[in-house]
Design a binder for this molecule. Structure first.
Ligand code: MN
Length: 375
């Protein structure tokens, strides 16, 4: 019997796009005004193309990789490692990339995305079919309030609730000292009058967290993301034990091994499933499977993707048995421009999983050309 093969990869092309934000977005240690996107096109021997993108939340501050470094890693190491590979043999392609470069999760995520897109197109099915099929077509979206001032944050939240776009909100923390920061967040949450979560992006130490997380719990905050440095699983476990309010690791869980440690130690109450951080759809889904085994619910995280990365994440989230915490895939709504013909659509407090073969999106070449950074 002959082995069934998919088309072989013949070329990998990259470009950097600079996509402006609708408004500046503030994290604990950085402010994002323009999102750098590394667009990947994976060309196959039959002329078919798979699309992927590498993004980081606003540059290298979050995970160490910049768009420029990601592009260089793909052009010189990861792309060449894929030439001649079968687009249907995705696990083998991931191993070939691992042999060429350690870590480099954002870069590998872009190529894994393009591999899945090409594989789905080759077979004429949505990528979700390659991952076990869908259990949902719509995912609830929590909206990150990244202005950092109570008045404008509350106004933005209320406007979005009025439009039926979101029912929960995520308030960014960590720029001010804890007492003032907690007071601001509780004031913002009370004025919004809808469930609010917070993300500290590792701003506190264990002493600060032990002192101030109970105040957030008493104020009704529904979940706290990354209060501590990502490496501090032991302290996260101690805090999870003390509090009824769930805590979620983010920066400390990059791969299945990190996820295993966090789950085995009971150091996270919810698992953030992020395609960009995990190094692609396949590895993000493996993390979700570990969480399922541990009885820990999942949440779909983001890295400020265009509709390309958002569609990729939705193909994974559509297949997860449990997704109680929804997602924060708001990239296409936060970016002032997109690079696809039909952007992903937001409705009824969430986002719709794209249909159609592959990722379910098609590039808009005019928009890509307009946003492309000159070489
Ligand atoms: Mn986070």
């Amino acid at each position: 019997m002959t082995q069934v093969r998919g088309p072989a990869i013949v070329e990998v092309r990259t470009s950097i796009l600079d996509v402006p934000m609708r408004r500046a977005h503030r994290h604990a240690r950085s402010t994002t005004r323009t999102q750098g996107v590394v667009l990947v096109r994976l060309l196959c021997e039959d002329g078919m193309e798979g699309i992927g993108e590498a993004v980081t939340p606003g540059g290298p501050w979050w995970g160490g990789d910049s768009p420029e470094a990601i592009r260089a890693t793909i052009d010189h190491y990861l792309g060449p490692a894929l030439i001649g590979q079968d687009v249907l043999a995705i696990e083998a392609a991931l191993l070939a990339m691992d042999a060429a470069a350690a870590r480099a999760h954002f870069a590998k995520a872009a190529l894994d995305m393009a591999l899945h897109d090409a594989a789905g197109r080759a077979l004429g099915v949505p990528v979700s079919h390659l991952l076990g099929g869908r259990v949902r077509e719509h995912v609830a979206v929590t909206w990150p309030l990244g202005i950092g001032d109570t008045g404008p944050d509350v106004e933005e939240a209320q406007e979005r609730m009025r439009l039926g776009l979101n029912g929960t909100f995520k308030v960014k923390m960590g720029r001010a000292e804890p007492r003032a920061d907690v007071a601001r967040v509780l004031d913002t949450a009370a004025r919004i009058g809808a469930p609010c979560r917070v993300d500290l992006n590792q701003a506190w130490d264990e002493v600060q967290a032990a002192r101030w997380l109970p105040a957030l719990q008493d104020g009704g905050i529904e979940l706290v993301e990354a209060p501590l440095a990502g490496w501090h699983h032991a302290a996260m476990r101690r805090l999870c034990e003390r509090l009824d309010m769930p805590l979620m690791a983010d920066e400390g869980v990059w791969d299945i091994h990190d996820a295993w440690v966090a789950l085995a130690m009971a150091a996270t109450d919810v698992m953030a499933v992020k395609v960009a951080k995990a190094g692609g759809l396949r590895r993000a889904r493996k993390i979700a499977v570990l969480a399922e085994a541990a009885g820990v619910p999942c949440f779909g995280g983001m890295a400020l993707e265009t509709s390309v990365g958002t569609a990729a994440a939705l193909q994974v989230l559509a297949t997860l048995p449990r997704l109680e915490w929804g997602c924060e895939l708001v990239g296409p709504a936060m970016l002032a421009d997109d690079i696809v013909q039909v952007p992903v659509s937001y409705a009824e407090g969430g986002v719709v999983v794209p249909g159609g073969p592959g990722l379910g999106i098609a590039l808009d070449e005019d928009r890509v050309g307009r946003l492309r950074r000159p070489d």
